[in-house]
Design a protein around this ligand. Structure first.
Ligand SMILES: [Zn+2]
Length: 136
């Protein structure tokens, strides 16, 4: 099995409503998403996928939707306040944790037709969360 990993850097703000510590406060992260694709066969160019192609494919979501955006749970009272002030935010069905953001990126890349194996989101230099689907 072959695999490749492309790293994409972006920034976002969020807060975690149910967090008992300082993550409940509004704050931001400068993160790295590592997108891993896998394939049993190489294409005509001898690749799993051109790195530029996966960067371009993910840009439609990461650059356009996540980067420099403010991610909030749908029940967060800040959603209404920000929308009323015409401030940009992304409203999520789940809490905007690194785990869930990794899943959002995974789902987007998969829906684009790429053979994604795993997405890892490095929220800090020493802490990351990953999402992959298990196949029986
Ligand atoms: Zn955070």
């Amino acid at each position: 099995m072959y695999s490749i990993t492309k790293e994409i850097y972006f920034c976002y703000g969020h807060r975690l409503m149910n967090h008992p510590g300082k993550c409940k406060n509004i704050h931001g992260h400068s993160v790295k998403a590592a997108i891993t694709l896998q394939s049993e066969r190489l294409n005509d160019q001898g690749m799993v996928c051109d790195f530029a192609d996966i960067a371009a494919a993910s840009a439609a979501f990461i650059d356009s939707e996540l980067d420099h955006n403010f991610l909030l749970h749908k029940d967060d009272p800040l959603v209404g306040m920000l929308q009323q002030a015409n401030e940009r935010c992304m409203v999520l069905n789940e809490h905007p944790t690194a785990e869930y953001i990794a899943k959002l990126i995974f789902d987007f890349i998969l829906a684009k037709g790429y053979p994604v194996r795993e997405v890892t989101l490095w929220e800090t230099a020493s802490a990351c969360a990953s999402y992959r689907e298990t196949h029986s």
